[in-house]
Design a protein around this ligand. Structure first.
Ligand SMILES: Nc1nc2c(ncn2[C@@H]2O[C@H](COP(=O)(O)OP(=O)(O)OP(=O)(O)O)[C@@H](O)[C@H]2O)c(=O)[nH]1
Length: 393
């Protein structure tokens, strides 16, 4: 069987990498703020690809252009991998350090190319810089990577990359230059080139797996979150209640639910504009949050209606919370045009009641609060006549 020619392998991988970069660039454009670093990873792939034609022009272009061009592009690609990974993990990118190392390495390469030509020293300086960059990446993934196959695989690829470069750098310093010269096609040089090419492609697969996992988390979060106020939406609140039911602890029941609706909010929009209306909604959520415990949840059910879930809270206690919320809005120091709010309360003595039923009861109480002239608190009839102590306003 005829062995696969190394240049065919490099060429095929280059095309696959271009495809991967295009996917990464489109992920970057669509989810720029949610998934950071993917654009840098895409650039890393492109820089590595750019280096290949520069390498191929050796003999055509002057070596004073081709050699620093090839090494500079490769090192830049590795730097982009490092910066992209730092951004992905929410770390501060070390641009200055990278530029310093990049500049120093290129200066060293030029020294051993122009002033004191020495091929082995050039290979050694490039390989050892690359080794250091991969070590920094391994440390980064080790510290911040999630405990998932993609992180472990990422680390294995980086370890192989680092090991290969350490080996090549050491051989360059100890053996003759032919064994590390990629243009001479020695066994070691061919193995290095083939392995590096495959590793670069596998790295792009890892980047895409990591980015898609992050995207999945972002989309899941978006599905349960209200974009304006950042609190749970109806779906998220239902899921939270189901979790409470699933892990029902004695301490979570009785559980009280407040259905809160701003009074005449339409006037705020009509008089001050929709943007101010939005600010009022965000302000109200902030105020309510300040009065809640860590275990409580607030959700926005659309428009100017909110729901607060208070685990382990009796109706009497829930009324106190509702009254405190009303008072804090009335006494709030702000230039925003605030309005009063009406509250309906319902309570569950056990985890058996489903969320929709509890919500219906709280809504019915809210409806009565609105009919009673607004700015008031009403308790659900079933709660009053059940095990809970009725509480007068
Ligand atoms: N600014 C802003 N307004 C919203 C949003 N969602 C719904 N609204 C407005 O909220 C108002 C709700 O009006 P209504 O249902 O009549 O309620 P209301 O004026 O508060 O009257 P009552 O509830 O009966 O006291 C409408 O003007 C909606 O346009 C939003 O996200 N931002």
């Amino acid at each position: 069987m005829k062995p696969l020619d190394i240049y065919t392998l490099v060429f095929m991988n280059a095309f696959i990498c271009i495809g991967m970069s295009v996917i990464m660039f489109s992920v970057h454009r669509t989810f720029k703020s949610e998934v950071q670093g993917v654009g840098h990873w895409a650039w890393a792939q492109l820089m590595t690809l750019l280096a290949l034609p520069i390498l191929a022009t050796q003999g055509i272009l002057s070596e004073y252009v081709a050699i620093p061009g090839f090494n500079g592009a490769m090192l830049w690609g590795q730097g982009m991998t490092l910066i992209g990974t730092q951004l992905f993990y929410g770390q501060k990118p070390s641009w200055r350090l990278f530029l310093f190392i990049w500049g120093l390495t290129i200066a060293g390469l030029m020294w051993w190319l122009v002033v004191n030509p020495d091929f082995s020293m050039r290979v050694a300086i490039y390989s050892l810089t690359t080794f250091v960059m991969y070590c920094a990446l391994i440390r980064l993934v080790w510290r911040h990577g999630e405990k998932h196959f993609s992180s472990y695989f990422f680390m294995v690829l980086l370890l192989v990359h680092a090991g290969l470069n350490l080996l090549r750098g050491s051989v360059a310093l100890t053996l003759d230059e032919t064994s590390v010269n990629l243009a001479k096609g020695s066994n070691l040089a061919t193995t290095y080139l083939a392995t590096s090419t495959i590793l670069v492609q596998l790295l792009s697969v890892v980047f895409l797996v990591m980015a898609s996992r992050r995207l999945k988390a972002v989309l899941e979060q978006r599905a349960v979150e209200d974009p304006l106020t950042g609190v749970l939406n109806r779906r998220g609140c239902g899921a939270y209640y189901e979790r409470l039911q699933l892990h029902a602890r004695q301490a979570d029941f009785p559980l009280a639910l407040l259905a809160i609706d701003l009074d005449h909010f339409k006037c705020v929009n009509d008089l001050h504009g929709h943007a101010v209306g939005d600010q009022v909604l965000v302000f109200v959520v902030g105020k309510i949050r300040q009065l809640l415990r860590e275990c409580d949840q607030i959700a926005r059910f659309g428009g100017e209606e909110f729901v607060v879930v208070l685990p382990g809270t009796t109706v009497a206690e829930a009324r106190l919370v509702a009254a405190r919320i009303q008072a804090s809005l009335k006494n709030a120091q702000t230039d925003l045009p605030l309005c009063t709010l009406s509250v309906g309360i319902a309570s569950n003595a056990s985890a058996d009641d489903d969320f929709d039923h509890l919500l219906q009861r709280a809504d019915a109480a809210l409806y009565r609060a609105k009919n009673n002239g607004r700015d008031s608190i009403e308790t659900d009839h079933a709660t009053q006549s059940g095990s809970e102590t009725p509480v007068g306003q």
